[in-house]
Design a protein around this ligand. Structure first.
Ligand SMILES: Cc1cc2nc3c(=O)[nH]c(=O)nc-3n(C[C@H](O)[C@H](O)[C@H](O)COP(=O)(O)OP(=O)(O)OC[C@H]3O[C@@H](n4cnc5c(N)ncnc54)[C@H](O)[C@@H]3O)c2cc1C
Length: 411
């Protein structure tokens, strides 16, 4: 049986794994990435946040991505009937990137994985991790290729960036339910030849259907737009259809804005369904491994936080692995677990505030102060670690307080 000896094994070549592998490789460590699929492959998560750009730049990916002509994204627009709340990242409170991209992830993930290979990192595509044995922090991982051949990988450390695959939590029973309720989505890519008559393509548009039901519209530079209904699974039972295509089409017909904009348009693939995506683990690290990206926790698509949290956690984890393998002092709890959870928890407050209506009260109020809007804009740009922003520092209290003040002023 073939065996490979390396410093760090990275599981998964999504954004989190590619960023981690690139940072590790820059430090001189010998890295191997193992990826179950053949790229390009479909994955959801298409609207990025400006904060991700800092990390993508440090990982050495931004120049290559600029060549790909992805749709630039400058903001986020929320629409409820005739009410519109538009955030421009250039107005945000935090100093940082004020733009990013909207990307078909098959193309984006292919681009960063190719760039990683160009930098000299080996990626074994169509190889699946099927077992791991730890001896202290050293490990032997069993990987199987598409023909059933087995390879053993001996590593000093493992970064598990396997996204929805959740390799280490599943192998070692570490999963823990999230505190968010079960939600569902039906989505597709759809042609959008009328887009310029309706909205700017350079932002995500969130259309509110009901307080807890919303639609994402993410225009791409290839002329298609990603469209997905999200919310309580009960809502979807109200839409009959022989298949997901009919069901999604019926849902589009039920929202006047969508009915008009997408009249006569075609789905680029059969609409897909995902249900129940929120899951987490007790700890994001252990002896010999760290979890990054979606494996740590994925909350909800409403504020497009997934890829940003994935790349930021990938970078943070890589920096600590480098310290550990170079014999320097490191502290997983303080330098990884605490900041990773801090960012997730800021987004969690905003996700909860969205579904309980608090944030919608703020977004669609005529009297929300510009200063507050710009501070909230920074959270929507992914700057959830900027503690000088009161809407980050007091994320759990300030949204409710502001919505109460707005209601009193309006009454
Ligand atoms: C409905 C919905 C909408 C979303 N919209 C957005 C959005 O607009 N913006 C955003 O930022 N995020 C969004 N997300 C979240 C986004 O999908 C994820 O957060 C993001 O893809 C996480 O990246 P990652 O690198 O951690 O994992 P992934 O991108 O999932 O990559 C993990 C890789 O690991 C590989 N893998 C899995 N198991 C194994 C194994 N056993 N062996 C080897 N390889 C393995 C997989 O094939 C995959 O390529 C959305 C999520 C959902 C559910």
């Amino acid at each position: 049986m073939r065996s490979i000896d390396i410093d760090v094994l990275v599981i998964g070549a999504g954004p989190s794994g590619c960023v981690s592998a690139s940072i590790l490789h820059q430090s001189g460590l010998k890295v191997l990435v193992v990826e179950k699929e053949k790229f390009p492959r479909f994955v959801i998560g298409e609207s990025l946040l400006p904060r991700s750009m800092e990390t993508l730049e440090r990982a050495g990916f931004v120049d290559a991505l600029k060549q790909k002509g992805f749709q630039e994204k400058f903001g986020a627009k929320f629409v409820r009937n005739d009410e519109v709340c538009d955030f421009n990242f250039s107005d945000q409170f935090t100093k940082g990137w004020n733009w990013t991209w909207q990307v078909p992830r098959a193309d984006f993930d292919l681009a960063i994985s190719q760039e990683l290979q160009k930098k000299g990192v080996e990626i074994l595509f169509e190889h699946t991790v099927t077992g791991i044995e730890f001896k202290g922090s050293d490990s032997t991982t069993t990987i199987t290729d598409k023909d059933g051949n087995t390879i053993l990988v001996n590593a000093k450390f493992i970064v598990d960036s396997s996204g929805y695959g959740r390799v280490i939590p599943r192998l070692f029973n570490l999963d823990k339910p999230s505190n968010l309720p079960m939600r569902k989505t039906v989505f597709a890519h759809i042609s959008d030849s009328n887009r310029l008559q309706y909205a700017e393509p350079n932002r995500i548009i969130v259309v509110v259907v009901k307080q807890d039901i919303w639609v994402w519209l993410i225009p791409f530079s290839n002329g298609n737009t990603s469209l997905g209904f999200v919310g309580d699974p009960e809502f979807f039972k109200g839409f009959e259809g022989a298949n997901t295509e009919e069901q999604l089409w019926n849902m589009i017909q039920s929202v006047p804005y969508l009915k008009e904009r997408f009249a006569g348009q075609q789905f680029a693939f059969t609409p897909r369904t995902i249900e129940g995506w929120s899951v987490t683990t007790e700890k994001f690290y252990g002896e010999g491994f760290v979890l990054t990206g979606n494996v740590t926790e994925f909350l909800d698509p409403i504020f497009s936080s997934g890829v940003t949290l994935a790349v930021v956690s990938g970078e943070k984890a890589a920096n600590i692995v480098i310290k550990k393998l170079k014999g320097e002092a490191y502290d997983w709890e303080q330098d990884f677990m605490v900041p990773t959870q801090r960012g997730v928890n800021v987004f969690r407050s905003y996700v909860m505030g969205w579904y309980d209506g608090t944030l919608q009260d703020i977004f669609f109020a005529a009297n929300t102060k510009l200063e507050f809007k710009n501070q909230i804009c920074s959270v929507l740009a992914g700057y959830v670690w900027d503690e000088t922003n009161p809407f980050v520092k007091k994320h759990d209290k300030l949204l409710k307080t502001l919505s109460d003040v707005i209601k009193v002023q309006a009454s």
